[in-house]
Design a protein. Structure first.
Length: 491
C-alpha cells in the first residue's frame, strides 16, 4: 500500500497476511529518485500507478526500488506535466489540473495523447487550489466547482462544434441608492411586487451581468420604460445610473449579445418611485377639503356683500321715491311728473337687472356646490379605489352646510472557511488585534485578488484599499522585502 502526505512524504506499507498490521514501512525521498519528498501524489491512469511531483510525473520500478520520470507522458503534456491532481473523465479521458489550470487529456492509444486546454482557459485561476473537483453527472456532462459556484461543461456540444446554444438571461446583480451615500435596495431583482423607492432617494444604480463562461465579447443594451425613448446603444458597461427620477412605475429592461451575434432574452426589473409627501392621497384629500372650505367662505362673503348692496339699493330707491313724491307734490305740471316717473322707472329697471345678475350668481354657486357634491363621490386615488367613506361623509357634510345655511400622507466567511480551514485561526492566533475588516482584506489578498476587485467588495476606493493594505502590513509585521500577498498566501 502506497501512502503519501503533502509534508511528511511518501511511504510504502507492506501488510501482514491477515491485513491487520503493517509488517514493513519504507520511506521514499531523493535517494530513491524522487525530486523532493514533498507534494507527491498518486493516481491510477489506465490501471497504471503514476506519481505526480513538481518536476513532472514519475513511475516506480519494483526491481530497482527507484522512481524515474515518466517521459512518455511528460513530453506530451507540456505545462500540465506538473499537474497536482488527475480526475477520471471516462473512456480513456482524464482531467489534469495544474494549480488552478485544467485540461482534458485523451489517452487515445499508447504513445498517442490529445491535450485540450484552450477551451478551459476561461476558468484559469477560478478553481479553489488544492480543493479542485470535477464530477461526471452523465456520460457527456461534467460539473466543475469554482470559487463562486459551479460550471457545467457539455462535451456533446463541444464535440459537435455547437456554438449557437441559447444565451442565459441577464442577471440583475444589485440595485443601489446613490443619492448621497451608497445603500443596497435589492440584490436579486423582483420577488413579485415592484420595489418601492422613496421620492427623496430617487437616484439609483442598476448593476447587471451575463453568466456566460466562454471567451466572448459581451455587450449589453438597456431600456427604462417610463423614462427612455428608445433602447440604448450596445455597450460593455455592466451598470447604469438614473438620477432625479419622477414619481411613477418604471420597468428596467436589459439584454445581452456576444460576438455581435446571439442576443439573450430580455430581463425586466420593475420598481416604483413613490410620490412626495405633498402628492400623497392624504395631501390630495386635504387640498380638496381646503378648496371646498375656501369656496364656501367665498360664497358667504359674496352673499354678505350682496346683502349690503341690496340694502344700499333699496335705501337709494326709497330716497329717490321720497324725493319724487316730494317733487310730485310740489310740481303741478303733469309733464314734469311724467318725465320724473319715466326716469325713475328706467333706473329701477337697471337696478332690477343688477339684482337678477346677483341672484343668478348665487344660483350658479349653489349649482357648482351641488355638482361638486355629486362629483366628489366619483373621486378615486392612484390605485383606482374610491376615497374612504368617512372622508366622503365629512366633505358632504361641509357641502350640505354651505348649501342649507340660513344666511346662505425599508452573500463569504463560511465558504472561505471551508476552502481555507485554518487561515483565520492562524491569523487570529498570531495577530489577535485584527478587526473584521482586516480579516476580510487578508482573505481577499490570500485569494490574490486585484485592488480593483477588493475595492468593489469592500465598497471603498482604490486609494482606500492601498491605505488598508499599508495598515494591515504594519499589524502583521510583514518584512519590507516580503510581498504582503505572498505572505498571506503562504499561511
Amino acid at each position: 500500500i502506497w501512502v503519501s502526505h503533502a509534508y511528511k512524504g511518501l511511504y510504502k506499507l507492506t501488510l501482514t497476511p491477515d491485513l491487520k498490521a503493517a509488517k514493513n514501512i519504507q520511506f521514499y525521498d531523493e535517494t530513491n529518485g524522487l525530486p523532493s519528498s514533498f507534494n507527491i501524489n498518486m493516481f491510477n491512469v489506465e490501471n497504471k500507478l503514476i506519481f505526480s511531483s513538481d518536476a513532472g510525473f514519475l513511475v516506480y520500478d519494483e526491481i530497482s526500488n527507484r522512481f524515474s520520470k515518466y517521459d512518455v507522458l511528460n513530453n506530451k503534456l507540456g505545462s500540465f506535466s506538473t499537474s497536482n491532481k488527475i480526475i477520471s473523465a471516462g473512456l480513456k479521458k482524464y482531467w489534469f489540473i495544474n494549480h488552478g489550470k485544467m485540461s482534458l487529456v485523451h489517452l487515445v492509444e499508447p504513445g498517442k495523447i490529445q491535450v485540450d486546454s484552450s477551451k478551459f482557459s476561461i476558468l484559469d485561476g477560478r478553481m479553489v487550489q488544492y480543493y479542485e473537483n470535477i464530477s461526471q453527472i452523465s456520460s457527456k456532462i461534467y460539473l466543475i466547482s469554482v470559487d463562486d459556484g459551479f460550471v457545467i461543461y457539455n462535451a456533446t456540444n463541444a464535440e459537435s462544434g455547437n456554438q449557437k446554444s441559447a444565451l442565459p438571461v441577464v442577471l440583475i446583480r444589485k440595485v443601489e441608492d446613490i443619492t448621497d451615500k451608497y445603500a443596497t435596495i435589492s440584490e436579486n431583482g423582483n420577488d413579485g411586487d415592484p420595489v418601492e423607492i422613496s421620492f427623496s432617494r430617487n437616484n439609483v444604480r442598476i448593476s447587471y451581468s451575463l453568466p456566460y463562461y466562454r471567451q466572448a465579447k459581451v455587450k449589453f443594451q438597456y431600456f427604462l420604460e417610463g423614462y427612455s425613448k428608445q433602447w440604448s446603444d450596445w455597450s460593455s458597461a455592466t451598470q447604469k445610473d438614473f438620477t432625479n427620477l419622477g414619481r411613477g412605475t418604471y420597468k428596467f429592461k436589459v439584454r445581452a449579445k456576444i460576438n455581435e451575434g446571439a442576443v439573450s432574452e430580455v430581463t425586466t426589473f420593475e420598481f416604483k418611485v413613490l410620490p412626495p409627501w405633498y402628492g400623497s392621497n392624504w395631501a390630495i384629500s386635504f387640498y380638496l377639503l381646503a378648496g371646498i372650505i375656501a369656496l364656501i367662505a367665498g360664497k358667504r362673503i359674496y352673499e354678505a356683500k350682496l346683502g349690503k348692496d341690496q340694502q344700499a339699493i333699496s335705501n337709494k330707491l326709497q330716497a329717490e321715491k321720497d324725493e319724487f313724491l316730494k317733487k310730485e307734490a310740489e310740481l303741478t305740471e303733469k309733464q314734469i311728473i311724467k318725465i320724473q316717473t319715466e326716469k325713475l322707472q328706467a333706473e329701477l329697471a337697471s337696478k332690477n337687472r343688477e339684482l337678477a345678475n346677483s341672484a343668478m350668481s348665487l344660483v350658479y354657486k349653489n349649482e357648482l356646490l351641488q355638482k361638486l357634491s355629486e362629483e366628489i363621490t366619483k373621486v378615486k386615488d392612484e390605485t383606482g379605489k374610491k376615497l374612504p367613506e368617512d372622508q366622503l361623509r365629512k366633505i358632504q357634510k361641509v357641502i350640505d352646510e354651505g348649501m342649507n345655511d340660513e344666511r346662505d400622507w425599508n452573500l463569504f466567511e463560511s465558504s472561505f472557511n471551508e476552502a481555507h480551514e485554518s487561515f483565520f485561526k492562524k491569523l487570529k492566533a498570531n495577530h489577535p488585534d485584527l478587526v473584521p475588516n482586516d480579516l476580510k482584506l487578508c482573505a481577499y489578498l490570500h485569494m490574490n485578488m486585484s485592488s480593483k476587485e477588493m475595492a468593489s467588495l469592500l465598497n471603498i476606493s482604490l486609494r482606500g484599499v492601498e491605505i488598508r493594505r499599508y495598515r494591515l502590513r504594519k499589524k502583521l509585521e510583514v518584512p519590507h522585502d516580503k510581498n504582503l500577498t505572498e505572505f498571506l498566501m503562504e499561511l
